[in-house]
Write a protein that binds this ligand. Structure first.
Ligand code: GLN
Length: 305
């Protein structure tokens, strides 16, 4: 494999032509203000080394990447029981779709579409005393950075425009698949999505999935080895929604995206990667980010297949 830093250094030129083909998320007004030309990437290896390029130390809104933290914590506490309330099948629909719930008795297809993440958030509320504080402490611990924070402006912006998620929560509740009050679930979910951190922080935080569930900075398991494998397999099949097939085809690694423009990818046993660029394609995934991951995986000769 070519030196990691050399591959990273060649990326800005490789992805240069990919800019200008998409737009930052518009349905959360605060996200549409972000400079579309941003590009950063970070790698954190299981040996503890970091490699970064571009805007890798700039904070951005992690949005649905938070669903992996949400799921990991809930699996840690609830174990297998969680999967009575949420499935493990790719949805083939947009991340905020309502339609499948009608025919599937309010059981969301997987934990990474919004409906699934709302159910997981509801389940997690049973185990955490101070949800907001405990969730943030968890992410700060994983990234080893106490500056990671909730972005109140993004939270408010999504809260004020979150009718689709409110509809999903109401619909789930009508099937009896939410225990807590709808506003409590939505509030906690929007806070999770509003977490602000950098590519470097995210690459570090996701290292537990590259090393069989072991915490990157503490002598403890975040999740069990089997659970880490399962989270990776869910990222592979569902992490980028109705573009997961395309990601498997072009990148060949478990990935999780967010509408803030971040994408995290895992090379099991070796490293975690985070790329950020705010312009999104029609499926809500970063266009430049996907291109960068495709190039990196090919150059580095890595794929889980
Ligand atoms: N907070 C966003 C939402 O619920 C997250 C979506 C995403 O990043 N794909 O719509």
């Amino acid at each position: 494999m070519e030196n990691i830093q050399n591959v990273l250094a060649s990326l800005p030129e490789v992805v240069a032509d990919t800019f200008g083909q998409g737009q930052p998320a518009g349905y959360i007004p605060a996200l549409s203000q972000v400079d579309p030309g941003k590009f950063g990437m970070a790698i954190s290896t299981v040996d503890g080394d970091d490699f970064v390029i571009g805007d890798a130390d700039e904070f951005f809104s992690i949005q649905s990447i938070s669903k992996v933290f949400n799921l990991s914590l809930a699996m840690h506490y609830a174990g297998e029981d969680l999967f009575r309330r949420v499935g493990v099948e790719p949805s083939g629909t947009t991340f905020n779709s309502l339609s499948q719930l009608e025919y599937e008795n309010g059981i969301p297809r997987n934990p990474f579409i919004n409906a699934g993440a709302l159910v997981v958030t509801d389940a997690l509320l049973e185990f955490v005393k101070s949800p907001k504080r405990d969730f943030l402490d968890f992410v700060r611990g994983l990234s080893n950075n106490i500056d990671v924070h909730y972005d109140e402006e993004v939270f408010r912006s999504e809260y004020d425009n979150g009718q689709r998620n409110a509809a999903l929560a109401n619909y789930l509740k009508s099937f009896g698949n939410l225990d807590n009050h709808i506003s409590r679930v939505l509030d906690f979910y929007f806070y999770q999505c509003s977490v602000s951190m950098s590519c470097r922080d995210l690459a570090r935080a996701f290292r537990f999935l590259a090393q069989d569930g072991k915490h990157p900075y503490k002598d403890e398991q975040v999740v069990s080895k089997l659970q880490a494998r399962r989270i990776n397999s869910l990222m592979m099949t569902c992490g980028t929604y109705d573009e997961a097939g395309e990601f498997a085809f072009k990148v060949g690694l478990p990935c999780k995206s967010g509408v803030g423009g971040g994408i995290v990818a895992i090379i099991p046993g070796e490293m975690s990667i985070c790329v950020w660029s705010p312009e999104l394609g029609p499926k809500g995934n970063s266009i430049v980010g996907m291109e960068a991951l495709k190039y990196f995986a090919r150059k580095a000769g890595r794929s889980i297949f």
